[in-house]
Write a protein that binds this ligand. Structure first.
Ligand SMILES: Cc1cc2nc3c(=O)[nH]c(=O)nc-3n(C[C@H](O)[C@H](O)[C@H](O)COP(=O)(O)O)c2cc1C
Length: 196
């Protein structure tokens, strides 16, 4: 008999861009689906979800329902995958704003920030240069949030690779790389739980 859905570990995707079709979000979906095939529940916070988050105010005394849902979902996660476009050589403000909101978990007794969680990373850019600097920025952020960036990060040059709405891409190697991000995150979770 199949296991109840709630017993499956959760991997949360954070990423994409706002304003319509997003190659970054499509890339993230491919990585999440790969984690799903390893037995994970998946939840995506894409561009439209991140756009509903107000600019993070650390001194605010109340949080919006969207902010609360985002933070509570991360609290339930066993793994995270972050996908950002390279904007002017680094991560986008929209993705950074969502990550800033994780400050709300700073005083969580069980797990502040992304402590001890595997975090997969994806960067898209219209050329190679910004993919590298965006991945480096994401790794620094994950270290600051006490997470464990998984070894392979996927760099996607959207000048060369086009995604379709059915989870496909014009370059099979890119699908393999994005799937590897999902697989590495999934494989690390039992290790993190065992030693957590
Ligand atoms: C504000 C802005 C800044 C960008 N800066 C860069 C950049 O520095 N280097 C680069 O290669 N592409 C840059 N791009 C292109 C995006 O990174 C690229 O098109 C990305 O794949 C967009 O993802 P999306 O399809 O999910 O919107 C920029 C795009 C925007 C809108």
């Amino acid at each position: 008999m199949a296991e109840p859905v709630s017993d499956q570990p959760l991997v949360v995707g954070i990423g994409g861009t706002i304003g319509g079709i997003s190659s970054t979000e499509r890339a993230l979906r491919i990585a999440l689906d790969a984690a799903g095939r390893e037995g994970f529940r998946t939840r995506m916070f894409g561009g439209a979800d991140m756009a509903r988050l107000p600019l993070y105010d650390p001194k605010a005394t109340t949080r919006t329902p969207d902010e609360t849902e985002f933070v509570d979902t991360i609290r339930q996660a066993s793994a995270v995958i972050i996908a950002s476009p390279g904007y002017h050589g680094s991560i986008s403000g929209v993705v950074k704003n969502a990550l800033d909101l994780l400050e709300e978990t700073a005083r969580d007794p069980h797990r502040p920030y992304l402590a001890d969680m595997p975090v997969g990373l994806i960067a898209t850019a219209y050329g190679w240069q910004a993919t590298g600097s965006t991945i480096a920025a994401l790794r620094s952020i994950v270290h600051a949030l006490r997470g464990w960036p998984t070894p392979f990060a996927a760099a996607v040059n959207t000048q060369l690779t086009k995604f379709d709405e059915d989870g496909g891409a014009s370059d099979a190697a890119v699908i393999e790389q994005l799937s590897l991000v999902g697989k590495q995150v999934a494989r690390f979770v039992p290790v993190a739980i065992q030693h957590g």
